[in-house]
Design a protein around this ligand. Sequence first.
Ligand SMILES: CC(C)(COP(=O)(O)OP(=O)(O)OC[C@H]1O[C@@H](n2cnc3c(N)ncnc32)[C@H](O)[C@@H]1OP(=O)(O)O)[C@@H](O)C(=O)NCCC(=O)NCCS
Length: 184
Amino acid sequence: MILASPIETPQLLLKTIEPSDVGSRYLAWLSDPEITRFLEVRFTPVRSISDIASFVQSVNASAHSLLLGIFLKEERRHIGNIKLGPVQVDHRRAELGFLIGEKDCWGQGYMSQAIAALSRYGFDRLELEKITSGCYESNVGCAKALLRAGFMQEARIPSHVLFEGRRVASLLFGLDRPAASPTI
Ligand SMILES: CC(C)(COP(=O)(O)OP(=O)(O)OC[C@H]1O[C@@H](n2cnc3c(N)ncnc32)[C@H](O)[C@@H]1OP(=O)(O)O)[C@@H](O)C(=O)NCCC(=O)NCCS
C-alpha cells in the first residue's frame, strides 16, 4: 500500500518509504544487535541494501500492508519505521510492528506518537475495527510505548519465545476502534 499524503503528528511525518530512503543508515539499524535484540530479524540477518530495497518494494506493492518511514518533521531525518498489516479484511483487524533505528531518538515519545497516529489512520481510513501488536515481556520500552498510545495488554503467553538463552513470555496488546461520537 502507498500512502497518498503523509500522516502528521506534532513532531513526526509518517510516509511511504522511497528507494532514496533505503541506504547505509537503514542497513546499519538492521545490523546492530542492540536494535535487533527483540526483533525476529535477528534470526535472518539482512545482508545488503538491495535486500532491504526488495522488502520495501514488495510491501509497498502489497494490497494489505502499509509500511511507513518515521521522519522527524523539522530535520526530515528518517529515524525508524512502522508497519500496519497484513490487514485481515474479513476481521477488520491488522497487526502493528515498529522500530526506531536511530538510538539517540529512543525514549523521546516518538514511537508512542507514531503508534497512536497510524492506529487512528487504520480506524478512519482502512475501516479497521481492531489493531493488535505484541512484544517480548522483556521489551519494556515497546510495552510502554503501546500502553502510552492507548493499547491494552490483552494476554501474556508464558515461555513463548527464546530470548538470550532463556524462554520468556510474549505480551499481546490490542486497541479497539473508538466508539463514534454521538451526533445530535
Ligand atoms: C522499543 C521502542 C519502539 C520504543 O520507542 P520509543 O520512541 O523509544 O518509545 P517512547 O519514547 O514513545 O516511550 C514510551 C515509554 O517507554 C519508555 N522507554 C523507551 N525505551 C525504553 C527502554 N529501553 N527501557 C525502558 N523504558 C523505555 C519511555 O521512557 C516511555 O516511558 P513513559 O511512558 O513512562 O514516559 C524503540 O526503543 C525501539 O524501536 N527499539 C528497538 C526495536 C524494538 O524493540 N522494536 C519493538 C519491537 S516489539
